[in-house]
Design a protein around this ligand. Structure first.
Ligand code: ATP
Length: 240
């Protein structure tokens, strides 16, 4: 059974059909990526899976349970957490407080398991430990991205949704963020990634889907799509 199944999902903003009849699944232990141009519906898809947008039609099944109408915090409790697009941190809180917010649904924050998870996040992002007391709003863009990802991981998710984690970062930092994504997978967390940085994303995707104006137009393994002529021309600037 896949960890996540999205079945015939339709999402509207008023009369605008942002998502039209999308179906895909995410297998356990994999990285699945949604690639697409601006406005294709990638963020809307992630927000709908997190429960921040309501569904017009279709179903979302997580870990065998129909979560289509569950509020977002109930989804976090089941093991689904999201790192939002852009600098989605609580700017007035310290790094450590942001990380603690990620664990808001947990009842074990006084236990060794919680400390282990905090140590795991600090091992992935040593900068966050160094800057634990810094107010998050004063961090650089790349550091805030790390705070947002670390916060999502503090929920101890089975599935983490990452919305454009490399957006706006310098090439060196982009490489670092992608190797952290590899490490998150290696530690057993399933990843659903949205990226405009298609070359880097496809390289490590077990499965990828191309979204165009709210519809999935191509699916395959990352390697297959990276080798496909039309995908190369549209999303990879002609080469990988
Ligand atoms: P980007 O990479 O630019 O973030 P995206 O693929 O994530 O793009 P979405 O943000 O999901 O795309 O947008 C999908 C469509 O829905 C677009 O046509 C967008 O204009 C529209 N849309 C998104 N949010 C809203 C909103 N709050 N109100 C109205 N329309 C919206």
């Amino acid at each position: 059974m896949p960890l996540l199944e999205v079945e015939s999902l339709c999402v509207n903003y008023g009369h605008i059909e942002a998502i039209r009849d999308i179906s895909f699944s995410v297998e356990r232990g994999t990285i699945t990526t949604l690639i697409g141009a601006n406005g294709a519906g990638k963020t809307t898809t992630l927000k709908t899976i997190s429960g921040l947008r309501t569904v017009r039609a279709g179903k979302i099944i997580f870990d065998g349970k129909d979560i289509t109408n569950l509020p977002p915090y109930e989804r976090v409790k089941l093991g689904l957490s999201q790192s939002p697009e852009g600098r989605g941190v609580f700017p007035g809180m310290t790094v450590r407080e942001n990380l603690d917010m990620g664990a808001f649904v947990r009842t074990d924050t006084k236990t060794p398991a919680y400390k282990e998870d905090l140590d795991r996040v600090y091992a992935l992002f040593p900068r966050l430990e160094e800057r634990a007391k810094q107010v998050a709003g004063t961090m650089s863009g790349g550091e805030q991205q790390m705070v947002a990802m670390g916060r999502a991981l503090m929920a101890r998710p089975k599935l983490v949704l990452l919305d454009e984690p490399s957006m706006g970062l310098a090439p060196k930092l982009i490489a670092q963020i992608f190797s952290i994504i590899d490490e998150i997978k290696a530690q057993g967390t399933t990843v659903l990634l949205v990226e405009q940085n298609a070359a880097q994303a496809l390289k490590r995707s077990d499965t990828a889907h191309i979204l165009e104006t709210g519809e999935i137009v191509r699916s395959g393994t990352g390697t297959e799509l990276a080798a496909d002529g039309s995908v190369k021309a549209a999303y990879l600037g002609g080469d990988v």
